[in-house]
Design a binder for this molecule. Structure first.
Ligand SMILES: [Zn+2]
Length: 247
């Protein structure tokens, strides 16, 4: 268990693979698959998402197919950590590229928005794909409702739209200050505007725009120093990636 008064000390960005997706106009889109690890002041660790499962066969031509992938277990090993060292896993949503290794952390507490968990549990095809990994009956889920401060300096921000009950994460680090992990609420920097449209993978455009506005307001109000976009390979090339960290 992480002590209730523990605070975030380090943020590791775990690069689980990058690929250049060819676009219809001939250009390429650099995409990253990511997870995040937070080291807390009491020495405990909180994982955010767990990446693509090893057993997933993506549809032909899907961006995931060409991913030059590393998994979250390998990424933790590079930090001399084992799954046992992870006390909690924040699940942003149950899309296949975010839950693939949940079942490797049976000792952890999983934290997800109630709305997302309940909708995913109804058997929607989108979430059935990865259900063997997130729906393992051995896993303990804690369901939260809306914006929630988990620890001082670590908050969940409800950002529906890409998926109902999707959540982003706001961290306060001792030196780097406030860091927003937008996850799939804003996958690419260029989408961080309310002028945006829903893309193919998004559930609800109205909620997506409202959540984007919510994050734009939060960035201004909280003086966020760094925003990490969920799948932005171009941005990721400019960021400190594990084993480097933000502190
Ligand atoms: Zn995603």
């Amino acid at each position: 268990m992480t002590a209730t008064n523990a605070t975030p000390q380090r943020l590791y960005l775990l690069n689980l693979g990058m690929t250049d997706v060819p676009l219809p106009n001939g250009s390429k889109l650099a995409m990253v698959s990511a997870a995040y690890l937070v080291r807390m002041s009491d020495g405990s660790h909180i994982l955010i998402d767990s990446g693509m499962p090893a057993d997933y066969t993506p549809p032909d031509g899907h961006w995931i197919e060409k991913l030059d992938a590393s998994n979250v277990i390998e990424q933790l090993a590079k930090l001399n950590l084992k799954p046992d060292n992870v006390e909690a896993v924040i699940c942003t949503h149950f899309d296949i590229d975010h839950i693939g290794y949940n079942d490797h952390f049976p000792q952890a507490e999983f934290i997800v928005q109630r709305r997302h968990y309940e909708i995913a549990s109804t058997g929607l095809e989108r979430y059935e794909r990865g259900r063997a990994h997130w729906g393992d009956p051995a896993l303990r889920y804690r369901l939260v409702d809306g914006d929630t401060e988990l620890f001082p300096g670590l908050s969940l921000i409800e950002t529906s739209g890409h998926a109902p009950g999707h959540q982003s994460v706001l961290l306060t680090l001792p030196n780097a200050g406030k860091v927003l992990l937008a996850i799939d609420a804003v996958m690419f920097q260029r989408l961080f505007t309310t002028e945006r449209k829903a893309g193919g993978g998004d559930d609800n455009e109205q909620e997506l725009k409202a959540s984007t506005q919510k994050l734009l307001d939060l960035v201004e109000r909280e003086h966020v120093a760094l925003i990490v976009f969920g799948h932005d390979g171009v941005q990721w090339k400019t960021l400190r990636q594990a084993p480097e960290f933000y502190d």
